[in-house]
Design a protein around this ligand. Sequence first.
Ligand code: HAM
Length: 425
Amino acid sequence: MAFQKPPGTQDILPAAAGKWQYVEEKARDLCRRFNYRELRTPIFEATELFQRGVGETTDIVEKEMYTFTDRGNRSITLRPEGTAGTMRAYVENKLYGEPDIAKLYYIGPMFRYERQQAGRYRQFHQFGIEALGSDSPALDAEVIALAYTFYQEVGIKGVRVEINSVGTPAIRAAFRDELLGFLRPKRELLCKDCQSRMDRNPLRVLDCKVDQHHFEGAPSILDSLDDACREHFEQVQRSLEGMSIPFSINPRLVRGLDYYTHTAFEFKAEGIGAIDTIGGGGRYNGLVEDIGGPNQPGVGLAIGLERTVMLMQEQEEELAKRQRLDVYMVALGEQAEQHASGVLYALRQAGLSAERDYQSRKMKAQLKSADRLQASFTAILGEDELAKGEIVLKTMATGEQQTVPLTELAAVVQQLREQTLEGEV
Ligand code: HAM
């Protein structure tokens, strides 16, 4: 039997890879503009890092981690998210000792053993950012603004930003008791998930999609905030308004990870089956300390790239343009075929994308390849041209043809290419 990929994983085939590259380039460019710098951490870490960092009672740690014992008898886990590893690297490499705050980003695969559904994978990719060393509400707003701009620029329509404040751990503990007081009499009416969440993480009950009608009159965490938390949350909102980033407040928004304090937020969009969250994050002022580092506040977010790619629209034309080949070289006859590689190599060295036939096919079949690859130019090398040190160059858009000295081919193509690019503007 032929092998198949493991459930919940995907092959990103060449036809789709262009979209991924586009998204990743956008992410990197945005990070440059917002001054976030890349951090690459290992794909696996000590299991305990995630237990401490993500939280023992989260779904991720309880049910979803890919954990194994390595040959040195260590418990290792494939990273289910990027924040914990970033914190570990920040502490281990003492990045907190630098005069400026650390503004970091990462792009890469994450692993969660989740139930499969549209938009939910077991290996998926995140673009994440983390800003460490300041508790300024302006930084919470900056993180939200970066994600908002990302979705706008990759062309996702109808993105909604929901924000909430989940206060401090002490505020949450008090709110938890108040909420349980409200939920207990309704326990039997609630779904199985909610019942188990009541025991493990009651705040997440309010997030339930099916039981919302039972939550009318539920206490709101926003009413439990102290003055400092309220002030922080107000200022985040003022900063967002200052950047004209639209948002709504959702007092029931609770994230699936334990480390959040103050601001929590999610980005939502329609179009992927039952799933609507395309990115999320928040502030995590206690996390660095929880994993054994100094007391440094942080804020960050992660964007799911599978969900981003699924929702991208209107990029087809731009992507097709980027994938176009500059030159397809048609070689006719044995002599020409022998010379083809040298000519092709010169084009590639000059920075052009170029391809040739490797199957000794007839001219017609070679020209068809040029079409399929959307070559801007076809260069035809026959025995006669070769004898004269020349080549026929055809501009595909206009059908114009000219004979060019072989030594000047790259320069002529560059020149014509610039002219057509100018023409397109
Ligand atoms: P998260 O909400 O668990 O947060 O994941 C962030 C995003 O990753 C989700 O909104 C979704 O787009 C994507 N995602 C999560 N799980 C899957 C999956 N199984 N398949 C496909 N996409 C998925 C975090 O991971 C936090 N570390 C975010 C953060 C960074 N908070 C502060 N800093």
